[in-house]
Write a new protein. Structure first.
Length: 285
C-alpha cells in the first residue's frame, strides 16, 4: 500500500518510523510526470533498500525567467498509479508553500561543479536544485538517494553536496533509460511534435558518433566533441553546448583521458533536451 503525505513533518515521521522498524530507506526525488526512467530509479531503490519513498514536487526555485515552470507537465493521479503499481511505500507531494514558507531565505550553493555546462546556460538553476534536495535529504534522514544520469551534472553536484555537508545520504547515479531508437526518456519529450521527435534523434546520432570514434581509438577531446556537435547542429534549432569534459571535474581534460563525458543541451522549438554519454564507461546510446 502506498501512503501519500503532504506535510514535511509527516514525511519525516514516516521515514523515521521505517528506520525504527529496521528498514533502510530509499529516496527517489522527482518533479512528477513520471516515465519509465523515473520508475527505473524506484526499481533500483527497491533492490538496495527496504522502504522506498518518492517525492513529487515541481520546484519553482530551479526554473529561470522564461522557462517552462507553468507548463511543466503535471498529472499526479497518473504518477501515483505508477508508484502504486511498483510498490512504492511512501509518496511525498507537498505544496510550494509547505517547502518554502513565508520569509524563506536560505539557499545551498555549490562551487566549481556548478559553473560549466548547465551553470553557464541556467545560472540560478543549481542553487534551486541543491536547496530543494538538501531539504529533502534533511527530511528523509539517513537514506540511499537515486538519481538518473541523464542529468549527469546534477548527479555529480548532489553527490558532492552530500559529501561536503556530511549528509547521511548515499547518492547513487543510475543509467539513462532510452527509447528503442535511443532517445533518452524525459518528461519534456511530450512537448515534441512528431517532426521534432524525429529531429531529436540528432542528439543520439551525435553521441553515437563520438562513442564509435572512441571505440576505434580516437582520444582527442576536440575531435570527439566535433563529431557529436556536427550531428546535433544538423538536427536542432539551437545548441546551448556540446562539451567534451572530464567525467569527475566537468572541465576539459589536460591530458589524454581514460574516460570522457560528452554532454549536450539543445533546443527544438521551445523544448530543451539534454543527454550525455561517458566514453570509456557507458554502452553505446
Amino acid at each position: 500500500m502506498t501512503t501519500v503525505v503532504r506535510k514535511p513533518a509527516e514525511f519525516r515521521r514516516a521515514c523515521d518510523d521505517a528506520r525504527a522498524d529496521a528498514r533502510s530507506v530509499g529516496l527517489v526525488p522527482t518533479m512528477g510526470a513520471l516515465h519509465d526512467g523515473h520508475l527505473s530509479l524506484v526499481e533500483a531503490a527497491k533492490i538496495r533498500t527496504d522502504f522506498v519513498a518518492v517525492t513529487i514536487f515541481v520546484n519553482p526555485l530551479q526554473f529561470g525567467a522564461g522557462e517552462d515552470l507553468d507548463r511543466y507537465p503535471r498529472n499526479f493521479e497518473d504518477d501515483l498509479a505508477g508508484c502504486r503499481k511498483r510498490g512504492v511505500d511512501l509518496v511525498f507531494a507537498p505544496a510550494p508553500n509547505a517547502m518554502y514558507p513565508a520569509q524563506f531565505q536560505t539557499n545551498v550553493s555549490i562551487g566549481d561543479l556548478a559553473t560549466p555546462l548547465e551553470g553557464e546556460c541556467r545560472p540560478a538553476h543549481f542553487d534551486g536544485v541543491t536547496t530543494v534536495v538538501a531539504k529533502l535529504f534533511n527530511l528523509t534522514g539517513p537514506c540511499t538517494a537515486m538519481f538518473g544520469r541523464k542529468d549527469y551534472q546534477q548527479w555529480k553536484i548532489l553527490a558532492r553536496m552530500a559529501r561536503d555537508l556530511d549528509m547521511p545520504v548515499e547518492v547513487v547515479g543510475c543509467p539513462i533509460v532510452r527509447e528503442l531508437d535511443g532517445l533518452a526518456l524525459s518528461s519534456r519529450n511530450r512537448y515534441l511534435s512528431d517532426t521534432e521527435r524525429a529531429r531529436a534523434l540528432g542528439i543520439v546520432s551525435g553521441l553515437r558518433a563520438a562513442h564509435d570514434a572512441w571505440a576505434e581509438g580516437e582520444r582527442h577531446p576536440d575531435a570527439l566533441r566535433s563529431l557529436a556537435a556536427k550531428q546535433v547542429q544538423a538536427g536542432f534549432d539551437r545548441v546551448d553546448y556540446v562539451a567534451a569534459v572530464d567525467p569527475d571535474t566537468l572541465v576539459p581534460p589536460t591530458e589524454a583521458p581514460s574516460g570522457l563525458l560528452i554532454a549536450v543541451a539543445a533546443h527544438l522549438g521551445t523544448t530543451r533536451l539534454i543527454d550525455n554519454v561517458v566514453l570509456g564507461a557507458d554502452p553505446r546510446p
